[in-house]
Write a protein that binds this ligand. Sequence first.
Ligand code: 5BU
Length: 276
Amino acid sequence: MSLAKLSYAERAKRHSNASARALLEVMERKKTNLCVSVDVTTKSEFLSVVDVVGPYICLVKTHVDIIEDFDHDLIEKLRELSVKYDFLIFEDRKFADIGNTVALQYSSGVHKIASWSHITNAHPVPGPSIISGLASVGVPLGRGLLLLAEMSTKGSLATGSYTEEAVRMARANKNFVIGFIAQRRMDGVGASPDESTEEDDFLILTPGVGLDSRGDSMGQQYRTPKEVIVDSGCDVIIVGRGIYGKGNNLDIQTVQAQAERYRTEGWNAYQERIKG
Ligand code: 5BU
């Protein structure tokens, strides 16, 4: 049976990585495959958005380096909200350097990402050493890594043999690499004809999701939850501005209504996929 037909609950049992399992379990428990990307620049806006979308999401995606008044109190409050509303945290850091440097960027500095983010991601461009560098910090903490196999932007270079190589790198490091940021399922991608990939169960988290627009003026491209979940077999929809608009003048009631709307669209699409 294709993995895309299995329920999130069934797939949770197939994962030994603690973060992958926890994510799939929370998706099933809360009936949501919505991840909100909270790209706002102040602590107060960030916490207001998370507080209102919390009940509708499985995951909060952060870019902590854009928050002007970042401090560890913000992380403490985010952690409290993640317990209160039952969601995981994903810092979209997009590491891209040599193993030694990424290990330091992941563990140290102002943000100390590994200490609070269940999931993070990396560009495969440096080759497998980026995985071993990050794994030296993340594996002992039960963290999970996503590789950027594809991007949502117009003209992205992450295609073809680059994407295939990313999937091969993931297959060789399944204890830590739990899936991909990609625009479609990666089952069997890059495998040699005699290689069995049936045991693979990579999570596909997909940005570039919007119901009211097909893109922005800076190369972003949007598809609907149905296109992403049903047609392309992805697992988690990542939505930013579709939920909170441009961030200036946050209207909390609209944010809540949009989070509810995307959650419903994403979950209905998933149900159509597993039943269809
Ligand atoms: P948007 O407001 O829904 O367009 O925000 C999308 C978010 O996902 C934003 O934080 C990006 O940094 C992130 N993203 C993306 O849009 N496309 C990609 O391919 C990757 C990340 Br990887």
